[in-house]
Design a protein around this ligand. Structure first.
Ligand SMILES: [Cu+2]
Length: 137
């Protein structure tokens, strides 16, 4: 009686093809995801955008420099904890939750050096979490 000997090599070949496909799909770049452009990151015209990272216990950059009269947009990302951005001279107090980004828009309508600080208690170093806004004439 003839056994189904022929089946085994076929199965092995199929296995190799499947493994090969799995390997290829892992190696090939996912072009679809890359084409999704981050349109949210495109700068608004006439607005001075500054990205600020908030983490224990510092703002990065810690010194923000803009020109008087500029419209300013701060795009703030809190990395490790809920933080806040408090800039009294411009009546700004914005909470930034951990893992999220918050946007603050204001017009730098006066020149000088102004201090901002974290307004959400974020740990032992919270009081030292400060930065400076410099508005140049
Ligand atoms: Cu903080």
């Amino acid at each position: 009686m003839v056994r189904f000997k022929a089946q085994e090599p076929n199965l092995n070949r199929l296995k190799i093809v499947l493994i090969g496909l799995a390997f290829l799909s892992a190696v090939l770049p996912t072009t679809g995801a890359q084409e999704a452009k981050d349109s949210a990151g495109s700068p608004m015209q006439g607005v001075h955008e500054i990205q600020v990272t908030l983490r224990k216990y510092e703002f990065t950059p810690g010194s923000l420099r803009v020109k008087k009269g500029e419209r300013v947009r701060l795009i703030m990302a809190a990395v490790d904890h809920d933080h806040g951005f408090k800039l009294d001279d411009f009546d700004i107090n914005q909470k930034v939750r951990k893992g999220t980004t918050a946007i603050v828009d204001f017009t730098a309508d006066k020149s000088g050096t102004f201090q901002f600080r974290c307004s959400n208690v974020c740990g032992l170093g919270h009081r030292g979490m400060k930065g400076t806004l410099i508005v140049e004439e």
